[in-house]
Ligand binder design. Sequence first.
Ligand SMILES: [Zn+2]
Length: 455
Amino acid sequence: MDIAFLGAAGTVTGSKYLVTDGSTRVLVDCGLFQGYKALRERNWAPFPVDPSSIDAVVLTHAHLDHSGYLPRLVKEGYSGPVYATPPTVDLAGILLPDSGHLQEEDAEYANKKGFSKHRPALPLYTEQDAYDSLASLAAVDFHRPFTIGDLTVEFIPAGHILGAAMIRITGDRTVVFSGDVGRPNDPIMYPPEGGLGPDVLVCESTYGNRVHEHDDPLDILEGVVSKTANRGGVVLIPAFAVGRSQAIIYLLHRLVADGRIPALPIYLNSPMAVRTTDLYLRYHRYHRLDAGDVRAIERDVRLVQSVEESKSLNHLDHPAVIVSASGMLTGGRVLHHLASYGPDPRSTLLFVGYQAGGTRGARILSGESEVKVHGSWVPIRCDVAQIHGLSAHADANELLDWLGSFSRSPEMTYITHGEPDASEALRVRVQHELGWKVRVPLLGDQVSLVKANAP
Ligand SMILES: [Zn+2]
């Protein structure tokens, strides 16, 4: 069995691993590169192998850096099945068409304003391409092993977001791909399953060099919302429509219910929001919230769907919280709100998720005082705050705890899905604290999973 690292090596985005076993080819994750321009340009490069030669795609979860290249792969000739857990299939059904729509909008906008170097600017794929690719999706539940050629594949709960899985592939060797590893005490998701014992592990390292603060996210959120409301400003929270949005709204609901913050309007600005929240009801077994919690979220939040409503949020004359995608300020409606409230010293831009290098989110957090939005510079004069404790990713200590639960040491662990510093820091810790053999592969590396005692 071989693994080729086609993405999420030296970066957190573009997750793609090609597993080859004899004549069987399985692509684990099919993610978009995001962030630095040089990375995003990789989305346009020809796929390293002929897509039609791949037998199956398996997805760890629906986040676009794990699933967002799928419509392009299908457009380029892939015609096999795409296996994912039932919630991931439904989430991809919402997120991929939206991604295609955003890419069309961005290309259209670039053409109108003439700021793209490409003439005409083209979308990587369209909304229709995304809908076309959904026909390939096939739902398989957690712990229901299925076969692809001579390989057996199984989804294992990873926490992180609704439907997120690790993937165990068994042939003559057993390899586990961690996907994104969730947290032991997430307010919404259950902990990642422990006690695994693969021959080879491919492990993410998003927070490989960091430990989340232990301050209670509720306290920080209370402070940020109260201070901003007192100034008459708006709290703008860039968040993906799935996962952190529901967590943040649930926490706001608790703060309002306990009288800790005023009952100010909370807007969830996403045309996908209604359908996404419905999925939390349909898949109640897959997360910690009960139906009452989910209904409270629905009751307390104002779901914004139309473009007109979205535009009206740019001129609010009262304190409010706006949660809007994308989570790293790479696109979507949140950019229009950033242009309105970024220059407003009364308002606060609150980050609740990981900001990949090169994204507007990472630039603002590193202290840049202006960012380019749709071709114009926007000064950032609002407060900038961050809640690490709401991350959907295990931090370095939590990753080590999870690895420490394994029933045996893998013969080899490949550390991926991290900025270079984070992957290297985790490599050193896993080697020293667990005594495991560890490597950080480079993009394009191919490794052979030979038996340890093989000649
Ligand atoms: Zn993720």
